[in-house]
Design a protein around this ligand. Structure first.
Ligand SMILES: [Zn+2]
Length: 259
């Protein structure tokens, strides 16, 4: 019997095989180390940033309340726009920019909760008041929510948040206005100025957008731009305010607009 058919590997060939094994081991080690690093990083992120305030935005991934019906429609109206700047803050900022910013945040929060949203404007454009009401009416919205910021030329100490409702002062309107204020108050506001009926100085008349819309309509005044405390509060908490407003709206829709 002969075994001469099989050649023994040369030393050189063995060296090549060993070198390749080494390279394979090193690659495997690098891959494992990278995976381990990712896992450790994620774990430490949860530990470090999990329950603190910064991560409260991630609450958006898991909304506290969601819409009972996918047929709810809310019309959001960022006050002013374009050449209609609205009031101007002590810091030189314009109301039209703040209202658009928070309206887009409320929109996102509502949509995350399963509510359809119609906007009267999504950019810095001029929209007449009657057009705003028409957009809400055409969409057959369940709620019209106009977002504004307040101003007083005189008393710079005037501050706080308020919500205006129709002169009929219905329980339904009052409920959404109160819920919004309650939600904002939980985030933290300078003062709850309460639910206001009609217009400033005349509870029998209504602001145009409230008067001309067919559904429950409110105007939320989100602090005074003539007051530094309110400016700071808005700048710091507008995202949380938006979520609070959205949650109040969803609760209200589920309670008062059952579909
Ligand atoms: Zn305004």
């Amino acid at each position: 019997m002969s075994t001469t058919g099989k050649k023994r590997p040369t030393v050189k060939q063995l060296q090549v095989v060993v070198r390749r094994l080494w390279i394979a081991c090193i690659c495997l080690f690098v891959i494992c180390a990278s995976l381990l690093a990712v896992v450790i990083k994620n774990r430490s992120n949860i530990k470090l940033f999990g329950p603190d305030k910064k991560s409260s935005n991630t609450v958006e991934d898991v909304p506290a309340v969601t819409a009972d019906s996918s047929d709810y429609v809310v019309c959001l109206d960022p006050g002013h726009g374009g050449r209609f700047t609205g009031t101007q803050g002590l810091d030189g900022t314009y109301e039209k920019d703040d209202t658009l910013k928070i309206a887009l945040e409320v929109k996102k929060a509502l949509e995350n909760r399963g509510v359809k949203v119609v906007m009267t404007r999504t950019d810095d454009s001029d929209i007449e008041l009657d057009e705003r009401a028409a957009i809400a009416n055409d969409a057959n919205a369940d709620l019209f929510l106009s977002l504004h910021r307040n101003y007083t030329a005189g008393d710079k100490s005037a501050k706080g948040f308020e919500v205006w409702i129709h002169s009929t002062n219905s329980d339904t309107s009052r409920a959404i206005a109160s819920a919004i204020l309650e939600g904002l108050d939980k985030v933290g506001i300078s003062e709850d100025r309460g639910v206001k009926v009609g217009t400033q100085g005349d509870s029998e008349h209504n602001y145009a957008v409230i008067r001309d819309t067919n559904m429950t309509s409110v105007i939320a005044e989100l602090g005074f731009m003539s007051n530094q405390e309110d400016l700071d509060l808005f700048n710091e908490h507008h995202e949380e305010y938006a979520i609070a407003i959205a949650e109040a709206v969803v609760d209200w829709l589920n309670t008062y607009c059952k579909k």
